[in-house]
Design a protein around this ligand. Structure first.
Ligand code: GDP
Length: 468
């Protein structure tokens, strides 16, 4: 995903950060904490500026709820600087012309200088030109003369926007959705020997809707094939089948263990956008599938399940061997339920039922792969991420570290394959598998990411230095 340009406001309490936030955001009323989609710690909003859009953060709320003493105020300011430095391209360091330079300003200034970030010194509460001449002190902070503004009255707003714009990296318009361009959805089939992987490939390759081409240059051991699938509406869905060599030539595998530890399957998982784990309808989920799925999930951005040989189930139903079930649909629902129970660690992946032998629903594999591929392009809005995480942390707090209360300041999406969420917090907790799954399910449900694997990266504030 293209990086979002981000600007943070930092400064001690009461210098007017909230006013400035609203001014830059183009809002009139400063009821900052009532905005939907923002946490109390960090206010975030998208600003459409002449230099292009950027995300504006006001970190001023961080750490303040327990801050009464000067020491606590310094600690809060440090946390604010930490989040600003970690998340932003440009930091607006806001000071107060009416109060002049304070020691807390100097402490913040020192931290910001060491960060090596682009800093814009904003001297606020300069309500007219005459006051500008009375603010030379701030140059001592080492960020040049600064830009004098009045957040309240709008004085010099344009100069400030200009100063921010020149320090931000140039805006790059996001590329059109990858799937709309040339990106081929790379798919592979994984599974035990004899579940029907080769048969599924062959059934697919016979489809009249497909234009198939082998990719020159791929070795005999790993043949890749491009498939262009023509839909009814004329739209062409482009795919690449990765690692089909062993599937088209009947592979000779000594034992399942050899198959699973084989480098080939790992390479296939690494190359794929969507991994289909194939299960034999007769055998159901075995321990081998569980092991294979664990591996697929740790490496692939998206995983779905294929239950193959469903014609056997149909036959069994027709021959009255499944009398417990009213009809095949009921049997399929029960089958799916048991697959989900055994594979409880799946990211709510789709489960498809197919028959390579009859071709039944085989083409559906491509439709599903295509929609999963699009799902992975999701750009999750930052305020919605923060709102969701805040709710989830409230409902169930992460494990405590040394009795300290976990606190997430600000979160944002930083990647797509897998969908990666960076969480800035007061201390790095080791997130156990259960908690990670809890968050994953929350995101999947909220943003319709069924099948997509998710990665949560916690970024904690480093231990305090002894200089304060
Ligand atoms: P692979 O080792 O996973 O590639 O499995 P194969 O594609 O070689 O299939 C193993 C066996 O299962 C072969 O005898 C296939 O004919 C059979 N088979 C594959 N798919 C189906 C299916 O959908 N229905 C039935 N009845 N048999 C199938």
């Amino acid at each position: 995903m293209s990086a979002q340009r981000t600007v943070a406001l930092v400064g001690r309490p009461n210098v007017g950060k909230s006013r400035l936030f609203n001014r830059l955001a183009g809002r009139r009323i400063a009821i900052v904490h009532d905005q939907p989609g923002v946490t109390r710690d960090v206010n975030a909003t998208e600003v459409i500026d002449r230099s292009g859009p950027f995300m504006l953060l006001d970190t001023g709320g961080i750490g303040l709820e327990d801050a009464n003493t000067p020491k606590q105020l310094i600690e809060a300011a440090e946390q604010q600087v930490f989040v600003a430095v970690e998340t932003s391209d440009v930091i607006c360091f806001v000071v107060d012309a009416k109060e002049g330079l304070t020691s807390l300003d100097e402490i913040i200034g020192e931290r910001l200088r060491r960060s090596g970030k682009q800093i814009v010194l904003v001297i606020n509460k300069v309500d007219d030109v005459r006051m500008e001449n009375r603010t030379p002190d701030f140059a001592r902070l080492g960020f040049g003369p600064g830009t004098s503004v009045s957040a309240e009255h709008g004085y010099n707003e344009d100069s400030l926007r200009f100063a921010i714009g020149t320090k931000l990296p140039p805006y790059e318009a996001p590329e059109k959705s990858e799937s709309a361009g040339l990106h081929r959805t790379r798919i592979c089939f994984l599974g035990r020997p004899n579940v029907g992987k080769s048969s599924i490939c062959n059934a697919l390759l016979q489809s009249k809707r497909l234009v198939v081409s082998e990719i020159p240059g791929t070795t005999r051991d790993s043949i890749e094939i491009d498939l262009d699938y023509k839909q009814d509406d004329g739209r062409v869905l482009p795919f690449r089948l990765v690692d089909t060599a062993g599937m088209r030539r009947k592979q000779n595998v000594a034992s399942p263990v050899e198959f699973f530890s084989g480098v080939r399957s790992e390479q296939a998982i690494e190359k794929a956008d969507v991994v289909f784990v194939v299960i034999d309808a007769m055998d159901g989920v075995t321990r081998q599938e569980q092991a294979l799925l664990g591996k697929a999930l740790s490496m692939a951005p998206c995983v779905a399940i294929l239950v193959n040989k469903w014609d056997y189930a149909e036959d069994a139903m027709n021959e009255g061997r499944l009398e417990k079930y009213k009809n095949i649909r009921e049997y399929r629902d029960a089958f799916e339920k048991s697959v989900r129970e055994l594979l409880f660690f799946l990211p709510d992946s789709p489960i498809l039922f197919v028959s390579a032998k009859t071709g039944w629903f085989v083409e559906n594999i491509l439709q599903v792969a295509s929609s999963l591929n699009e799902r992975m392009n999701a750009k999750l809005p930052t305020p919605a991420i923060n709102r969701l995480l805040q709710k989830m942390f409230e409902r169930r707090a992460p494990a405590r570290k040394e009795g300290k209360r976990f606190k997430a300041y600000y979160s944002l999406q930083t990647g797509n394959r897998p969908i990666t969420i960076r969480i800035f917090c007061n201390s790095v907790e080791k997130m156990d598998d259960n908690y990670r799954r809890y968050l994953e399910h929350g995101f999947i449900e909220k943003f319709n990411l069924q099948g997509c694997t998710m990665k949560f990266v916690l970024v904690g504030k480093p231990p305090r230095t002894s200089q304060t």
